[in-house]
Design a protein around this ligand. Structure first.
Ligand code: CP
Length: 313
């Protein structure tokens, strides 16, 4: 389905946003159209107070710049309030159950909760006990808000989504998983180049293959050839132990100008950030003319507003 032929209704059937596999192409388009509308308003300094008298809890288990700031600023701009809860300062860090936390937080007038650095089982459990919407702000296996923002950025930049090709180079981590889910759902082809043993999970790859073309390879040139978008992420994610073996295996999976040459001439470079210049990407590419990483990061703000507007009534 072509996003440009879709007529948004600005409604979502979902009550939570846990993973992109739960969303249809139409539901992804709803979020992207809402983000487009919020970005337009942001540009002219217009803010709609749709979160007036509402408080969103941000229960974060690890460090964050983009996710935290884009939520805090987005909620403020929509006239709402937020409660930042570092997980290690809550009783969760001392063994309180997910059930007790989820049920209890719903009793204080909070309108939605963003969970960061939980695993998939904990997220599902939290959502099953929560009477308010639960949003995944990054988990062990997925990063749905990041990839919604990435799809929005690609749509802005390329004017469409379907039949584009994205090449992801590096660790088959939570971002790679969500990219595979999100891109294939909207009919983009994806090629993932990772060293043996670091590809995304088989179940995720097989799901993507039902919707679009998915190539898993250890050959960077094969993955990038003809790509419209080249994407990478850090070699060692926050949930990983600093693993020298992994770092060594990934070392040749760096996106350099030479790698970008395999892509289309008008290809763009994306990175969900934080980035390490000289490790997963050269400074020349990250800071070069094909890089759209700062727009990608800015769009987290507009996507968060869209998701909150659609989930919090
Ligand atoms: N991309 C991303 O999630 O950024 P932060 O870790 O800074 O939130």
């Amino acid at each position: 389905m072509d996003i440009n032929r879709y007529s948004p209704k600005f409604k979502l059937k979902q009550t939570n946003l846990l993973r992109l596999a739960d969303l249809t192409a139409e539901e992804i388009f709803e979020i992207l159209y809402a983000a487009k509308s919020f970005k337009k308003k942001f540009r002219v300094g217009e803010n709609t107070p749709i979160l007036k008298n509402k408080t969103i809890a941000l229960l974060f288990g690890n460090a964050s710049t983009r996710t935290r700031v884009s939520f805090e600023m987005g909620i403020r701009q929509l006239g709402g309030d937020y409660l930042f809860l570092p997980k290690n300062e809550t009783q969760l860090s001392r063994g309180e159950s997910i059930k007790d936390t989820a049920v209890m937080l719903g009793r204080y007038g909070i309108s939605a909760i963003v969970l960061r650095a939980f695993n998939e089982e904990q997220l599902a459990q939290f959502a099953s006990f929560s009477e308010i919407p639960v949003i995944n702000g990054i988990s062990e296996e997925s990063h749905p808000l990041q990839v919604l923002s990435d799809l929005f950025t690609i749509w802005e930049n390329k004017g469409r989504l379907d039949n584009l090709k994205i090449a992801y180079i590096g660790d088959g981590n939570n971002v790679a998983n969500s990219l595979s889910m999100g891109c294939t759902t909207v009919n983009m082809d994806i090629a993932i180049a990772s060293p043996h043993g670091y590809s995304p999970a088989k179940s995720i790859v097989e799901r993507g293959m039902q919707y679009s073309n998915v190539l898993i390879t250890d050959d960077i040139a094969e993955a990038v050839r003809g790509a419209d978008v080249v994407y990478t992420d850090v070699f060692i994610s926050m949930s990983d132990e600093d693993d020298e073996r992994k770092r060594a295996k990934l070392a040749r999976y760096r996106v350099t100008q030479e790698v970008m040459q395999y892509a289309k001439e008008d290809a763009v470079f994306m990175h969900c950030m934080p980035a390490h210049r000289g490790e997963e990407v050269s400074a020349e590419v990250l800071d070069g003319p094909q890089s759209i990483v700062y727009t990608q990061a800015e769009n987290r703000l507009h996507i968060n507003k869209a998701v909150l507007a659609l989930l919090v009534s």
